[in-house]
Every structure is written in C-alpha cells, then in structure tokens.
Design a protein around this ligand. Structure first.
Ligand code: ADP
Ligand code: MG
Length: 626
C-alpha cells in the first residue's frame, strides 16, 4: 500500500492565533483542564460513533469496545489521549481544528478590548476546548481516521500553536483520534500517574465511556479504569456533589465557568425520562444570533442521540443547557420525528415548568444570583411573554424593570413590588417605553407622576415593545403606557401641595388651544391641555390605540412602510412660556412659537427633526426679540 506522505503547511484563521495567545494567558493558573477538554472531545466522538452505528453497524469494524486511553511517556515528555470514536476526515480536521467555525466569532473578536487581562476573562464563554492543549504543550500532534474510511485515509495534524499547522495523509489502522501533547519546558510534574488520575477523577469522573490507564505496576502490561461513572444523571441526587454537577455542565455546555443553577429530576409514570438542566452564569456572545445552538442533548436509554434538540426547549429558553434522557422514544428518532411527537411536547412543557421553577427559586432565595441571571438573560426571557402564553403569569412574576422609584438603570423592580407600593387611588401599572434608559428617565411625560409620587416603570429594551403589546395586566391591574391616551391621576393626592400658580381663565386657554391647532394642523391630530406636565411647557403623546412612538420609530428604521400617525400636542397652561405665547398677538411670532413648541417636544422623544435649520432659525428669531 502506498500512502501519500505529502505534507502541507497551512495557516490558522487569524482569530485562532489571537485566541491561542489569549488563552495561554487566561488558563495558565488552571492549566490542568486541558485534560478535561481532550477527554470531553473523546467522549463526544464516542457518543457520535455509537449513535451512527445504530443504523450502520459496519462502522464499528472489529473494534466494538468504545473507550478512552490516557498515557504518558517520561522520556519523550508526552501525554497522549486516544479514543476509538468517530474520528475526522481531512476536511473535518481543517474545519474543526484550523478554524473557529462558530457563528458570531467575528463579532466576538471585535468586542475584545486589546487589554489581555480583561479579554482573558471573556475567553471562558468561548468554546476553546481543543486549543487549551497549548497551555501546557508547545507542540500538539493529532492523528485521526474517520469511522468507515480506508486504513490509509488517516490524517496527521501538527502545530506549535504559532500560527501555522501541517497536515499529511497517513496510514492509521486504529479508528478514531489520538492527541499527543509535547509538553513545554517546566511541565514535567504532569508526567506522573497519580497526578493524571487525580485530574481525571476531579474533572472527568462523570464521563460514561471508560477512561483507561496502564496499571501502576511496571511489570504488568494491563490497563485499569480510572473513572467510576455510570451516566451522572442516572445516579440519585443525594450521591452527586455540586462539583460533579458543575464538571458535567462544563462537559456538555463546552463552558469554562460554573453554572448558576441546575435542576435534576426523574419522571416516572406514563412516560419515563430524566432531565438535568442548567442555567449558565454568562450569556454566550452569540445569544442574539437566531441560529444560535439550543443547548439540550437528547439521549434515549443512555444512548446519545443528538445535540441541539431545539424541540425540547422554546426559543426564549435557548440559553438553557443540559440533557434529556427518555426511556420511551425510539432509538432511531430523527429531528423530523421530534417535531411532531406528543412525548416530546410533554417533556418540553415539563422542562419549561422546571426551569421557571428554578428561576423563581433564585429570585426568592438568592436575589444576588437572580440579579446576575436577569442581567444576562432577562431580555431573552421577556420574549417568553409573547411566545408562551400558557406560562405568561409565572413569567410576568420573573420580570424586572428599571423604575422611577429606584432611580437607576438597573432592572430590579418586579411587578409584585410595584403593585405592593401603588398609591392610594392608583389602579394601573404605569410604564414608559423609550429608545434608551436616559430618554425614558428624563421624559417630560413623567412630570405629573413625579408630582403625585406615582412610580413609573422605565422600559428601553427593543423587546419591551413585545411586552407592551402582549402583557395587558398583572394581578388584576392594567398595564398602561403613559405615552398613550390621557392620564387621570385626579384621585391621587399630590406629594406636596404647591402654592396656587398664576391661573388663566378657561376661555383664554381654549383660545390658545384653538390658535395652536390652526397653526399646527398639518403636524398634529389635535392640541389639548395636559394633565401630566408640571415643569415642561408642552409634550407629544399618541392616542390610546395608536402605536407607541418608539415602536413606530423601530418599525420605520427596519424599513417598514407605515401610515403616518399624527401625535397629539399637550400644553401646560401654567408654564411661563405658554402664558407668554398665549399673550402673543403678532401672528408670525405666534406661529414661530407654535412650531418651536412642537419641535422641542419632538426632540424630547429622542427623535430627529424634519427641518432642524428651520427650528434653529425660529428659535434664534424669538430669542433675539426677547
Ligand atoms: P467543542 O468541543 O466545544 O466543539 P473543541 O475545540 O473542543 O470545541 O473541539 C473542536 C471540534 O474538533 C469538535 O467539535 C470536534 O468536531 C472536533 N474534535 C476534537 N476532538 C475530537 C476527537 N477526539 N474526535 C473527533 N472529533 C474531535
Ligand atoms: Mg470540546
């Protein structure tokens, strides 16, 4: 047999080099995890082969016991991890090891600051598995042959992690993958049996495939199993330590950080299945990517079936990671079957309930963790209000908002808290939606609410529009946008009664309103006296059943054609400028005032003016005449 030994040198994708540099920095203090990562990959490869072999037994060749070997060589100063799993073709090696094929990679790298120390912390959220070898090795050799390929269709990949790698075709009788780490100077302490076994026990005990090492005795050429493992999720909760739960999470989620919380539950009865689901501590950088992987692995009777079983978790819980192991599904279940399977629907709906329970426990018992959770995933969870009407009530309790009562951008006020401190005579939950926190917090529409001491929730995430449209009430109280319709806070006492201000007669005000309407008839639907302003002269609102202005802006920006909706101009009859305008007899000046009031109200909404030059000219003219 002639094997082509032509060796090619190829360059890493630019990001890989950058990633390697950062990683060596960030992982050095925890360098032993390289072994966890290599074993995790070997275990995945074995799972995949076992699954493929269900429909094509020939893939197993004569080599039917699937396991992982770990060996070391003191003289050569190498550590070797071998598996007889699925293996890789040449193209797969290039794709999986030479590039970072994950979507969103570019965005991730452009978000790096260049400060190594800071950036190193970001690395954890990025699956850097295989590359962690370079923390302890200055040369890594990976040899692999894909299940089902000819013996001479093996591939050897080698790199010193400096930006290039070599690739050659080799003869490789054993199916699967072997990774040899040539240790860096000074890493010899890793070349000891007790050291390696203790790393394996610490991080990889839960791996289902046997992890084998040569026995202690030099004379004997035997191997023994180092990990204890039955599938972790099949063991009883009381026997599993939190470290074991955490390490299992890191394996399945390809994460480097501990999770925030988990739920482990075994269902018996009409359907039998086990759930082990986790909440990560940090949102992945590609959380907003619609193609983002859903993180549930499906097993059937302990056999791995598939990753990313999106049918098992709704979109708004796409950040949940974990496994579902069913006793009732057929082993040959496909994605298509999952899509319309009643067993799956039942599992999903139970899994969702369990997760909502976990969130609510965090909220009630570990508020600090809940704050982290909300900060990372709150915006995704809000999608659930629209997506999952059957759990709307439990979801609504989990929502957190910025509010005029807390005076900070942090979203930490729940609807329950809001309701508990509603003022006497208040029957609605008030909120405002704007494009940013600052625009919401400084809106003139809040003035009357401040005066009355009535709390207003300050919403500024794009997804909040969904909330506004879908969540109409909470605890029997209507949710009401203060940018729409009229406000009626008459029943509520002022915080402090103000001295009577200069009053105009009703007829004077009516004349002013009519004059403004006439001038601005192209711009506004109507003009009316405001019940919500105390310190601003005027503001713009929309009708009760019209769209919120910021939603309108969002839709326009996304290129949608919408009917033009005219706003309503509200004036504050007690404001000195309004008093002045009302006494203006010169028609041209009055018209200038009217436009200035309209334009400045537009500006406070955070909107652009159609004709900013005209605004400035009018304003300057009025100032010059003062
Ligand atoms: P991740 O495991 O998060 O995907 P890694 O960097 O650990 O990231 O591995 C990258 C990819 O390389 C894996 O997804 C897999 O496709 C491939 N790979 C790594 N090790 C092995 C192996 N032992 N057998 C087969 N494929 C492997
Ligand atoms: Mg990995």
């Amino acid at each position: 047999m002639t094997v082509e030994t032509h060796k090619e040198t190829m360059g890493f994708q630019a990001e890989v080099k950058q990633l390697l540099d950062l990683m060596i920095h960030s992982l050095y203090s925890n360098k032993e995890i390289f072994l966890r990562e290599l074993i995790s990959n070997a275990s995945d490869a074995i799972d995949r082969l076992r699954f493929d072999a269900l429909s094509n037994a020939a893939l197993l060749e004569q080599d039917t016991e699937l396991n992982i070997h770990v060996a070391y060589d003191k003289d050569a100063r190498t550590i070797t991890v071998t598996d007889n799993g699925i293996g890789m073709t040449r193209d797969e090696v290039i794709e999986n090891i030479g590039t970072i094929a994950k979507s969103g990679t570019r965005e991730f790298f452009s978000s790096l600051t260049g400060d190594q120390q800071k950036d190193a912390n970001l690395i954890g959220q990025f699956g850097v598995g295989f590359y962690s070898s370079f923390v302890v090795a200055d040369r890594v050799t990976l040899s692999t042959r894909k299940a089902g390929m000819q013996l001479d269709e093996g591939v050897r990949w080698e790199s010193d992690g400096q930006g290039e790698y070599t690739l050659e075709m080799i003869e490789k009788p054993a199916r699967g993958t072997e990774v040899v780490l040539h240790l860096r100077e000074g890493e010899d302490e890793l070349l000891a049996r007790y050291r390696l076994t203790s790393i394996i026990k610490k991080y990889s005990d839960h791996i289902v495939a046997p992890i084998l090492m040569k026995v202690e005795d030099e004379e004997k050429d035997e191997e023994e199993r180092v990990n204890s493992a039955a599938a972790l999720w099949t063991r009883s909760k009381s026997e599993i330590s939190s470290e074991e739960y955490n390490e299992f999470y890191k394996h399945i989620a390809h994460d480097f950080e501990d999770p925030l919380a988990h739920v482990h539950s075994r269902m018996e009865g009409t359907q039998e299945y086990i759930l082990l689901l986790y909440v990560p501590a940090r949102a992945p950088f590609d959380l907003w990517n619609r193609e983002q992987r859903h993180g549930i692995k499906l097993y059937v009777r302990r056999v791995f079936i598939m990753d990313d079983a999106e049918q098992l978790m709704p979109g708004y819980l796409r950040f949940v990671r974990g496994i579902v192991d069913s006793n009732d599904l057929p082993l040959n279940v496909s994605r298509e079957i999952l899509q319309q399977n009643r067993l799956i629907d039942a599992i999903r709906s139970n899994a969702v309930k369990k997760m909502l329970g976990v969130f609510s426990d965090l909220a009630n018992k570990e508020p600090e963790k809940y704050a982290t959770f909300w900060d990372q995933f709150g915006r995704v969870l809000k999608e659930g209000i629209a997506e999952d009407s059957s759990n709307r009530e439990s979801l609504a309790k989990l929502l957190r908002f910025a509010s005029t009562a807390s005076g900070s951008e942090t979203q930490d006020v729940s609807l329950e808290t809001y309701v508990a401190r509603m003022k006497e005579g208040q029957d609605k939950i008030y909120y405002i939606i704007a494009d940013s926190y600052a625009a919401a917090a400084n809106s003139p529409l809040l003035e009357i609410f401040k005066k009355k001491g009535v709390e207003v929730l300050l919403l500024s995430d794009p997804v909040d529009h969904l909330l506004g449209a879908e969540l109409h009430e909470f605890d029997g109280k209507q949710l009401s946008s203060i940018s729409r319709g009229e406000v009626d806070l008459d029943k509520i006492q002022d915080v402090e009664e103000k001295a009577e201000e200069e009053q105009q007669t009703v007829s004077e005000v009516q004349t002013l309103v009519d004059r403004l309407k006439e001038v601005l008839k192209e711009q506004v639907k109507t003009v009316r006296v405001s019940t919500r302003l105390t310190t601003s002269p005027a503001c713009l609102v929309v009708d009760e059943y019209d769209m919120d202005p910021s939603l309108l802006r969002l839709l326009k920006a996304s290129g949608q054609k919408l009917p033009t909706m005219k706003p309503i101009l509200e004036i504050n009859p007690h404001h000195p400028i309004i008093l002045k305008v009302s006494n203006e007899t010169e028609e041209q000046k009055f018209s200038d005032w009217a436009y200035v009031l309209f334009d400045q109200s537009t500006l406070t909404l955070g909107e652009q003016l159609d004709d900013p030059v005209a605004f400035v000219n009018r304003l300057n003219g009025l100032l010059a005449g003062m």
